[in-house]
Design a protein around this ligand. Structure first.
Ligand SMILES: *Cc1c(COP(=O)(O)O)cnc(C)c1O
Length: 404
């Protein structure tokens, strides 16, 4: 077989379908969020404003976070030095786990190298080890959850998105004696809709099922202390496992689960993707810890973000650029065509110095290709005006459909 030719052909197919991924080469500027330098073709450099960051609150450059990271780097050095088991359990990771357990009001928490790894490790271990386990998975769950469930080789049933009645029907049809695990998210990142956590817990409890929630797009952002939608709704205690990331609203890197001492210890003791990999560097753990601590007591960032999101929505409505209405901080502008979607973002970048990544299949279903806009507390009124005017001009130039 001509291996190289095979790789090239497959990539060519992606290009033809307009969904070949091109990464924007950026240098973010601490102190000037959301600005960055974009390194373009032929060594061209341009200053751009980022409108699609998952560093939702700009915590990745917060002085308290940077100070904690500098201090840990200077006192503990760069790397962790090993897996958690073999010399890698730096004290900063222990403090971070305590901070996370406090955030969610759980007995314990367990930190992983990313949110992806935490879902993969926890779901694959729980579903594989519970004898005869059936996993009930929301149809729009993230790739990392799907992968964890797949690796467990447990039986999987998919329930309709955010539909407690469908979950109820599916659970009712399963042998009551079998262990059951219901896996879902709180904020779904592409449509920005929020799950009915209490109603899903009602159904799970009725059938004696465990619950596993991914709060990756909610931690830091929802609830009076940033404990996520489960904190906001007062239902954190009803979930068996709360999973989150340290890389989005908390602005650093890493993932975690929070739950009972027994469930965290179980995953710690049996999950391959936890055991056989080097622990987070001390500075990363210290930075995440400082970020969580800050957002536990400060609501300034959350309030300002909400205001910015509302302003963007209002201004888009004003010019008739259609966007999904949802109760979260994510503003999806549906384009519905991968080539058009890329064209819009190319014009934004090249002519306006605005960076929004086009979101195409398989991240979202074909025909729903979109711009996913994430306004932050640090986008000014002038940034919003400039962005919305640019979109409106492009909508006219490309004769795109406007909202009524
Ligand atoms: C980003 C994401 C993850 C993975 O988190 P990382 O810390 O980026 O690995 C998990 N779940 C959802 C829903 C996500 O969007």
């Amino acid at each position: 077989m001509d291996y190289q030719n095979f790789f090239a052909q497959e990539l060519q197919t992606l290009r033809k379908e307009g969904r070949y991924r091109v990464f924007a080469d950026l240098a973010r500027h601490a102190g000037h969020f959301p600005r960055a330098t974009h390194y373009g073709a032929q060594g061209r450099q341009a200053e751009v404003t980022v409108w699609c960051s998952n560093d939702y609150l700009g915590m990745g450059q917060h002085p308290a976070v940077l100070a904690a990271m500098h201090e840990a780097l200077d006192t503990c050095g760069a790397g962790a030095g090993g897996t958690r088991n073999i010399s890698g359990t730096n004290h900063n990771v222990i403090l971070l786990e305590q901070e996370l357990a406090d955030l969610h009001g759980t007995e314990a928490a367990l930190v992983f190298t990313s949110g992806y790894v935490s879902n993969l490790a926890a779901l694959s271990t729980l579903a594989a080890k519970l004898p005869g386990c059936v996993v009930l998975s929301d149809e729009l769950n993230h790739a990392s959850m799907i992968e964890g469930i797949r690796q467990s080789r447990a039986e999987k049933q998919i329930f309709r998105h955010n539909d407690p009645d469908d979950l109820d029907r599916k659970l009712a049809a399963i042998d009551p004696k079998r262990p059951k695990l219901v896996a879902f998210e709180s904020v779904y990142s592409m449509d920005g809709d929020i799950s009915p956590i209490a109603a899903l817990c009602d159904v799970a409890e009725k059938h004696g099922a465990m619950t596993y929630i991914d709060e990756v797009h909610a931690v830091g952002l929802y609830g009076p202390r940033g404990g996520g939608v489960s904190e906001r709704d007062g239902v954190a205690h009803r979930l068996t496992v709360i999973e989150g990331t340290l890389a989005k609203a908390f602005g650093v890197l890493g993932g975690y689960i929070a739950g009972s001492a027994a469930v965290c210890d179980f995953v710690r003791s049996f999950a391959s993707a936890f055991i056989f990999t080097t622990a987070l560097p001390p500075a990363v753990a210290a930075g995440a810890c400082a970020s969580i601590r800050h957002l536990k007591t400060s609501s300034v960032e959350r309030a300002l973000q909400r205001d910015r999101v509302q302003t963007v929505r209002r201004r888009l409505d004003g010019v008739g650029v259609p966007h999904y209405d949802n109760p979260s901080h994510i503003v999806p502008v549906i384009v519905g065509d991968p080539v058009r979607c890329k064209q819009i973002t190319d014009i934004l970048m090249e002519e306006y110095g605005i960076y929004v990544q086009p979101i195409n299949y398989p991240t979202v279903p074909r025909g729903t290709e979109r711009l996913r806009i994430t306004p932050s507390p640090l986008h000014s009124d002038a940034d919003i005006d400039y962005f919305v005017d640019a979109l409106s001009t492009i909508w006219s130039a490309l004769s795109l459909k406007r909202a009524a």
